[in-house]
Each structure stands twice: as structure tokens, then as C-alpha cells.
Design a protein. Structure first.
Length: 254
């Protein structure tokens, strides 16, 4: 049994003939990818075996990172390729429709919300900013800041105990310093973004933000991050900026 795998919705102005020009079939997806009209909009689709995502073994496959990650990456590449031609509304990995009629019903239900999204998000991009903490370097930097004369500390056992006490105080100072650094980062991001969304961060990341950037604004955002990131790096906090990504953080649920 076949199903329609949906990558994203797009405005009606996206030409069906652009499938080949955009190279949608070169994004690593295992089935042909194409643009199709639906309910006065367009959708980027692929016909695939329904059992790939819905049979008794689907849960096991979805838990296998070797199987899952290449497909998730291909899914995002298809959307990113479409983004070079128009504003698209990204759909989550694994979005299936049983038929073209089911897809059209869903597109019609969402139509007004999607049209509003395409209007509001025209020319805008999502950029990801992460702050990664090198804990040892950050503690060393705090210790040097709190105890600038520690290099002249007494040697031997007494010196060792003194250094350990200083390290404990430096570790205590790490949290407040980090909170202030992330707050300053957020202020800078808001100055160069139309919207900022806080996303969950995984160690060693201590901050993970999605930034909505207006037309032509990505260069200013990256320049600002380069400027504030240089002194932070010496303090143990490294900023990473990547994008543009599909507008997942700003599409909501229509």
C-alpha cells in the first residue's frame, strides 16, 4: 500500500516544473520527490510504502539511529532546497497522508493559517545559536578573575589547599557568571532578530536559541555573534551559529 509523504506546504505560486530545477530528487530521499497542487496551494511530496512508517516494525526502525538519521537529514534537505525558491511551511518528519484527497482536505482546513504564514514569513530565515560551555576552562577563568595573584601562592601542601579552596569559590561563581553571559547573549540576539525562541539545550550546550531573521539580516546577526563571541571563548563559552533552517520554531500548529 502506498501513501503520500509530505515534506512541506508552499504557496500556489511555486511552479510544479521547479521540481527538477531545484534538484529535489538529489537530496537523498529514497523515493521520487515532486511538487503537487492541493486545495489552491502546493505541497512537496513523495509516494512511499505506507508500511515504512506504519507497520509492526516501524517503531523499531524509528528507534534505529542508523536508519533514522539519514532520512531525517534528507527530509530537511528537501525542505531547505524548496526554501531557495519560496517560503515554505515545514512538516514534521514522518507526515503521511493516505491519499491525495486526504491531503487536499488537510490543506483546505489549514488554508487561511498557511496563507497568513506565507505572508508573514516571506523572506525570513531561522538561524540556530548555541552556547557551548567548556566547564574546566570557565572555572579556570573564574579562578583567575577572582584570584589574580594566585600564581604567587605558597607552594607545597599549604599551597595545594589554598588552590583547592580558590577552585571551589570559582565553581560557585560559575553559575552567576554564566547566567549573566546568557542574558547578555539574549539581549544581543533580540537586537538582531525579529523573534527569539528558547529551545532545549543538551550538554555541553547551556543555551539553544532559534532566531527569526528578516530579509538580509543574517549577516548582521553573524557579525554581532562574532564580536561578542571572541571574549566569551577565552572565558570558556563558545558560540555556534548555523542556518538557515526550516522555520520549525516559528510555524506553530495551524
Amino acid at each position: 500500500m502506498r501513501a503520500l509523504y509530505a515534506f512541506c506546504f508552499a504557496p500556489a505560486s511555486l511552479a510544479v516544473e521547479l521540481s527538477l530545477e531545484l534538484g529535489l530528487d538529489t537530496c537523498g530521499w529514497e523515493d521520487p520527490v515532486y511538487i503537487s497542487p492541493t486545495a489552491g496551494l502546493k505541497a512537496i511530496l513523495s509516494s512511499c510504502p505506507a508500511e515504512r512508517f506504519a507497520d509492526n516494525e516501524a517503531e523499531q526502525r524509528l528507534g534505529d539511529l542508523d536508519w533514522l538519521l539519514p532520512r531525517v537529514e534528507a527530509h530537511d534537505r528537501v525542505i531547505a532546497r524548496a526554501m531557495t525558491a519560496t517560503t515554505v511551511f515545514p512538516l514534521p518528519f514522518g507526515t503521511l497522508f493516505s491519499s491525495a484527497a486526504a491531503l487536499a482536505m488537510e490543506a483546505a482546513r489549514r488554508r487561511h493559517t498557511l496563507l497568513d504564514f506565507f505572508k508573514r514569513m516571506a523572506g525570513r530565515e531561522e538561524w540556530a545559536v548555541k552556547a557551548l560551555l567548556d566547564r574546566d576552562r570557565a572555572i579556570t577563568a573564574r579562578q583567575a578573575e577572582l584570584f589574580p595573584d594566585s600564581m604567587a601562592a605558597t607552594s607545597g601542601g599549604r599551597g595545594y589547599l589554598l588552590a583547592q579552596r580558590q577552585k571551589v569559590q570559582a565553581e560557585r561563581a560559575l553559575g552567576p557568571w554564566l547566567a549573566a553571559a546568557v542574558a547578555d547573549l539574549d539581549t544581543a540576539l533580540r537586537q538582531h532578530s525579529e523573534a527569539v525562541v528558547t529551545r532545549s539545550a543538551r550538554d555541553p550546550a547551556v543555551a539553544n536559541r532559534a532566531c527569526l531573521v528578516g530579509p538580509g539580516g543574517s549577516q548582521a546577526l553573524r557579525a554581532a555573534l562574532t564580536q561578542i563571541g571572541a571574549p566569551l571563548l577565552a572565558q570558556g563559552l563558545e558560540l555556534h551559529c548555523s542556518g538557515p533552517w526550516p522555520l520549525y520554531s516559528f510555524c506553530g500548529t495551524p
